[in-house]
Design a binder for this molecule. Structure first.
Ligand SMILES: [Zn+2]
Length: 120
């Protein structure tokens, strides 16, 4: 009975659709850092500093940071959350694909959904 392995393949398709809805991904982390601006007489000289958000990521083995303006913080945070979800989804897709391979007979993969046509 191929039904069980077919079910796994259909699960994969559903997860692909979820990845498309996630829209964008950032692999790294968002953090708020307190910085002193260096202006003479600014209150931050005495206090904790000004809060600034930074996106930190690794490239070529080195850690790098990008300043994130306050109005873009939510967007960046969403990208970071989406990336974590992406990693989990890829793992789940791989698990389903492997489970499908372990069944006999191997089912045909259902046709990929058509893009840009009619309803949906
Ligand atoms: Zn200051």
């Amino acid at each position: 009975m191929p039904a069980e392995s077919l079910r796994h393949l259909e699960e994969v398709r559903g997860l692909v659709a979820e990845i498309q809805r996630l829209d964008w991904f950032l692999q790294g982390s968002l953090s708020v850092v307190m910085r002193r601006c260096g202006r003479a007489g600014c209150r931050c000289v005495e206090g904790a500093g000004h809060p600034g958000a930074y996106f930190t990521y690794k490239r070529d083995g080195r850690s790098r940071s990008v300043y994130v303006p306050a109005e873009r913080v939510d967007e960046v945070r969403q990208g970071v959350t989406n990336h974590r979800r992406l990693v989990a989804l890829v793992q789940a897709m791989t698990d389903h694909a492997t489970a499908a391979l372990r069944r006999r007979p191997w089912p045909r993969r259902p046709p990929a959904p058509r893009r840009r046509r009619g309803a949906r």
